[in-house]
Write a protein that binds this ligand. Structure first.
Ligand SMILES: *[C@@H]1O[C@H](CO)[C@@H](O)[C@H](O)[C@H]1NC(C)=O
Ligand SMILES: *[C@@H]1O[C@H](CO)[C@@H](O)[C@H](O)[C@H]1NC(C)=O
Ligand SMILES: *[C@@H]1O[C@H](CO)[C@@H](O)[C@H](O)[C@H]1NC(C)=O
Ligand SMILES: *[C@@H]1O[C@H](CO)[C@@H](O)[C@H](O)[C@H]1NC(C)=O
Ligand SMILES: CC(=O)N[C@H]1CO[C@H](CO)[C@@H](O)[C@@H]1O
Length: 540
């Protein structure tokens, strides 16, 4: 879903090569005195805690305080990867700003947070010329200082040196995390078979029934995800959110006003005039990956060499659907026209469209108050409406998700977020379809100067095991939701979503909540592992 949410900045920003190479040691008298240059350099890999001194030339003991020495002992002993040192009150950043922060005097403790790698831009970015430190203003005593360091450096230490209670919980979370391979030995190579047709290439369905996997009859069954009655908030948090385990809550939406009120007629009457942003594709496939050579002018389209070198598959593109603004009534005409067979060869999707922004009146009909109130912070509430034959290709989202199925069903094939090199995670260049209304045709014209950071190049419906052999080793899971069900999908789980219509209603309708995730990681980065989101420390 929300594949657009992490679009790359335009590639054509000015090039700026980082030609400086800093020498880390310094000639100051004080052994662990940090220069601004060394701080800029090391902040990419570690968090830094420092005591501000009057001068690095004189004996540091003058400004040492016992709080800081105790911390220093602890950090050196524990080797948590935090750099401790001193900074000279007179030194300046290369951009001329004060090194120690505005209004700070000698004797103060400051902290420089680790600067995460910029994974959104593949062009060399201008190097940073200064950092803003956090300043410790706490009272005396090691405990408050440790809280300050834990907050700023995302560590979990106690004043005695061991892990804090939260740290112990966090370790337990890492130990007990859910893996599909712990419940199943069915691998992707056992169930996803290549189809030897070029059907996708010419926008033709692969068979009369292209909406099902080519899973052979005698193949093992993909394990299904757990289906339970709606749990308590505690149960949900401890047995699912904390260990990153998908689960379906059976039949919980029937009491929501949305479930009965939101008919096509109601949408037309209430929102007919409202403008909506619609995605269009020829076959109902959304965000698949295909060869770049299929696009017009691909020979002329140049990617800067420095960018191309970082693309794992420069010959592939993610196909974004064509877009069109129309009123809701026009959109319903297409949905109904496709369903009753009067419109062929196209699919229209109101995809992850924000309810608060575009259809705010609908919020009244949604019983969010019944859903684990106060646990996770809501980021987005979206509506998903189509004729019901859409396929959202393999990707992940950086949010915890509650997907609420109102009409029709969705088969969600999931892969856990642990071995992402097996999913070939990386930047994939984008291209966007164009739709010509007069001829009712789609064109592959626009290659884009941006990349997707959340798509897998693997087509699970027709896997190319010669190119993506590791995918065969993954363990799929099948979470299929019916009308009234909610799927909890934890952040960073890969998923491909095949929708099916409710045949009577001729549509598929869902809403979903995206929450700030409990578990986070950097991406694209196959080797980066999930960790507790610092924003949810209080839940540990
Ligand atoms: C929707 O737009 C079409 C023109 O594109 C117009 O004919 C129609 O009256 C509009 N419907 C509503 C309900 O505004
Ligand atoms: C199909 O649906 C469209 C849009 O609602 C409607 O205008 C048309 O009359 C329907 N046709 C049939 C054959 O049901
Ligand atoms: C997934 O589960 C649903 C519901 O049990 C089932 O109908 C469907 O065939 C399964 N899909 C696959 C690919 O195994
Ligand atoms: C399909 O939708 C209708 C309402 O339009 C509902 O009565 C029916 O139960 C739904 N069918 C299924 C299989 O859920
Ligand atoms: C409880 C358990 O068996 N956990 C295992 C699940 O699978 C992962 C990956 O193989 C192991 O690391 C866990 O120990």
């Amino acid at each position: 879903m929300g594949k657009e949410s992490v679009r790359l900045r335009k590639l054509k920003v000015n090039f700026w090569a980082n030609i400086f190479c800093f020498i880390l040691c310094c000639v100051h008298a004080l052994s662990s005195c940090l220069s601004p240059e060394s701080v800029l350099e090391t902040a990419h890999s570690t968090c830094i805690v420092a005591l501000v001194t009057n001068s690095c030339e004189i004996d540091n003991q003058i400004y040492d305080n016992s709080q800081f020495s105790d911390l220093k002992q602890l950090l050196i002993r524990k080797d948590l990867g935090i750099l401790v040192g001193y900074i000279d009150i007179n030194s300046k950043w290369p951009d001329g700003k004060q090194f120690h922060g505005e209004g700070v005097e000698a004797g103060k403790i400051v902290l420089f947070k680790k600067v995460p790698k910029d994974r959104t831009c593949l062009l060399p970015s201008p190097s940073q010329k200064s950092l803003v430190p956090l300043i410790f203003n706490g009272v005396n005593g090691l405990t408050t200082l440790i809280d300050f360091v834990n907050d700023g450096c995302h560590t979990y230490m106690s004043p005695t040196g061991g892990p804090s209670i939260e740290g112990l919980h966090k370790e337990e979370i890492h130990r007990t995390r859910f893996y599909v391979q712990n419940i199943s030995d069915v691998q992707s190579k056992d169930v996803f078979q290549p189809v030897n047709q070029n059907c996708k290439v010419i926008d033709q369905p692969c068979s009369s029934d292209n909406h099902n996997f080519h899973v052979h009859n005698n193949k093992p069954k993909i394990p299904e995800c757990e289906r339970i009655d709606f749990p308590s908030k505690d149960d949900f948090f401890h047995n699912y959110v904390k260990i990153s385990k998908p689960v379906i809550f059976k039949n919980v939406l029937r009491d929501w006003p949305a479930f009965t009120k939101w008919t096509n007629r109601y949408f037309r009457d209430k929102f007919g005039k409202n403008d909506v942003h619609i995605k269009l594709t020829p076959l109902g496939e959304y965000e698949g990956v295909e060869p770049r050579y299929m696009w017009e002018n691909h020979e002329k389209f140049e990617i800067p060499k420095s960018v191309e070198d970082q693309l794992p598959f420069p010959d592939l593109v993610v196909v974004r659907p064509a877009t069109k603004n129309m009123n809701f009534s026009n959109f319903m005409d297409i949905v109904e026209g496709v369903s009753n067979g009067t419109i062929n060869d196209m699919s229209a999707y109101l995809e992850y469209s924000s309810i608060p922004d575009h259809l705010p009146e609908l919020e009244e009909d949604i019983r969010e108050d019944l859903l684990f109130k106060g646990l996770l912070k809501r980021k987005h509430l979206n509506i998903w409406l189509s004729d019901g034959r859409t396929l959202g290709k393999l990707h992940f989202d950086q949010f915890d998700n509650l997907l609420c199925q109102i009409s029709g069903k969705k088969q969600v094939i999931l892969f856990d977020p642990h071995n992402n090199h097996q999913m070939y995670e990386g930047h994939i260049p984008e291209a966007i379809l164009s739709y010509d209304q007069t001829s009712n045709t789609f064109h592959r014209r626009h290659l884009l100067e941006s990349t997707s950071m959340v798509m897998s190049p693997v087509d699970i419906q027709n896997p190319d095991y010669s190119r993506f052999p590791l995918f065969g080793e993954t363990y799929p899971m099948n979470c299929t939701i019916e009308e009234g069900d909610i799927l909890y999908m934890p952040s960073f789980w890969w998923h491909e979503v095949q929708s099916f219509p409710n045949k009577t209603a001729g549509r598929n309708l869902a809403i979903n909540f995206w929450y700030d995730p409990f578990l986070v990681r950097e991406f694209p980065c196959p080797e980066c592992q999930l960790d507790v989101n610092p924003q949810y420390r209080h839940l540990l």
